[in-house]
Design a protein around this ligand. Structure first.
Ligand SMILES: Nc1ncnc2c1ncn2[C@@H]1O[C@H](COP(=O)(O)OP(=O)(O)OP(=O)(O)O)[C@@H](O)[C@H]1O
Ligand SMILES: [Mg+2]
Length: 312
C-alpha cells in the first residue's frame, strides 16, 4: 500500500492552469525531495496534499483515504515558524493532541480525566522533543528559542499526531548554514529509524516530502528526488513531474561529501530548471523502473550470498 497516491491531479487558479496531470505514489518511509523553479506550483501541490486546497481535477489519497480537507493524516511545516508564542516548546508540541483528543466541555466538566490525558500528552511531547534533540528546551517559550530550535519544535509538532506523511515547505530556508546542516542531519537520522523499523517488519514512522531550492540538500537528505517544472513540451497546460529518480542515501556518519552528487545534480538542474532545454517530460521519470531493477539486483544478490545489497 502506498502512503500517498496522487492520481491525475491538475489545479487551476481561475484560468491559469498551474499543475497538469500530476501522478505520484510514495511508499512508507520514503523521504522525497521536491525541487522546481520558483512559482511552478510546489506549494500549490503541497496545499492540495494537505487538503486545504483540494485539486480542481484528480484525487489524492493518504493510506488509501481520499483527502479533501485537512486531517491528521497529513502534517506540514512551513519556512516561517508556526508556533504559539504563549505556549512553551512542550505545550506547543502537545497542542495538536489536546485539540485532537479532548473537547472544551470535557476539559471543563471532566477535569480529572482531562488532567490525566494532559499528562500523557505532555509526556509524548517530551519524548518527541528528545527525538529532535531539544530535551534541554522543553519549558522555553518560542521567543527564547533560536530559529533552528523553533523549526525542530514545529517538526515535532507535525509528527506527534502520527500523520501518514509530513510536508516540509522550504523548512530550512531561513536558517544559517550550520543550523541547516544540523537539521539535515536530523532528517538522515529519521531515515535510519525508518530503515530499522522496516527491518523489524514495522511501518516506518517518517514519510516526508521536503521542498527545497538547494539541489545539494535535496540529493543529500532524500532517497528520491522529484522535479516539478513547466519547462517541457506540454508547458502551456501547467507544471508536470519532469524528474523522478532515486538518489544516494547518506547515513548520519557519512562525510558530507557532495562530490558523488555532482553528476546527478547537473542532470537535475538541466531537466528541471533549464528553460532552454525543453524536453519530453517523461525522460527523467524513472523511479519505479529503477526500483524494480534494484529489487531484481537485490534478489540476485540474495541468491548468490554474501553479495552486498544497496539499502534504499
Ligand atoms: N491563491 C492563489 N491565487 C492565484 N494564483 C496563485 C495563488 N497561489 C499561487 N498562485 C500562483 O500559482 C503559481 C504557483 O504558485 P506556488 O506558490 O505553488 O509556487 P511555488 O513553486 O511554491 O513557488 P516558490 O518556489 O516561489 O515558493 C504562481 O504563479 C502563483 O502566482
Ligand atoms: Mg512555495
Amino acid at each position: 500500500m502506498y502512503e500517498l497516491e496522487i492520481n491525475h491531479v491538475s489545479h487551476r487558479y481561475g484560468d491559469y492552469r498551474v499543475l497538469n496531470d500530476i501522478n505520484l505514489q510514495i511508499l512508507p518511509g520514503q523521504i522525497v525531495a521536491m525541487v522546481g523553479p520558483s512559482g511552478c506550483g510546489k506549494s500549490t501541490l503541497l496545499q492540495a496534499i494537505l487538503g486545504t486546497h483540494p485539486p480542481t481535477e484528480g484525487e489524492i489519497r493518504a493510506d488509501g483515504v481520499l483527502i479533501n480537507k485537512p486531517s491528521r493524516n497529513v502534517g506540514i511545516v512551513y519556512q516561517q515558524y508556526s508556533l504559539y508564542d504563549f505556549l512553551t516548546a512542550e505545550e506547543n508540541v502537545a497542542f495538536g493532541l489536546k485539540l485532537d483528543e479532548t473537547s472544551l466541555p470535557s476539559r471543563i466538566f471532566s477535569y480529572r480525566s482531562y488532567a490525566k490525558k494532559r499528562q500523557v500528552h505532555l509526556r509524548k511531547a517530551r519524548e518527541f522533543l528528545e527525538k529532535v534533540g531539544l530535551s534541554s528546551a522543553m519549558g522555553r517559550y518560542p521567543a527564547e528559542l533560536s530559529g533552528g530550535m523553533r523549526q525542530r519544535v514545529a517538526i515535532a509538532q507535525a509528527f506527534i499526531l502520527k500523520p501518514k506523511i509530513v510536508l516540509l515547505d522550504e523548512p530550512f530556508g531561513a536558517l544559517d548554514e550550520t543550523t541547516r546542516q544540523e537539521l539535515q542531519m536530523m532528517l538522515l537520522k529519521f531515515y535510519q529509524e525508518n530503515l530499522k523499523a522496516k527491518q523489524r517488519g514495522e511501518r516506518p514512522e517518517y514519510t516526508i516530502i521536503i521542498v527545497t531550492h538547494e539541489l545539494n540538500e535535496a540529493l543529500y537528505v532524500a532517497d528520491r528526488v522529484i522535479g516539478l517544472s513547466r519547462y517541457h513540451t506540454q508547458s502551456e497546460k501547467g507544471a508536470m513531474i519532469v524528474y523522478d529518480r532515486p538518489c544516494p542515501v547518506f547515513s548520519p556518519d557519512d562525510p558530507r561529501d557532495f562530490s558523488k552528487l555532482v553528476e546527478q545534480r547537473e542532470e537535475l538542474r538541466k531537466a528541471v530548471f533549464d528553460e532552454s532545454y525543453i524536453k519530453d517530460h517523461n525522460k527523467y521519470v524513472s523511479f519505479w523502473s529503477e526500483l524494480a531493477q534494484d529489487s531484481q539486483l537485490a534478489a540476485t544478490a540474495a541468491a548468490n550470498q554474501p553479495a552486498p545489497r544497496r539499502i534504499r
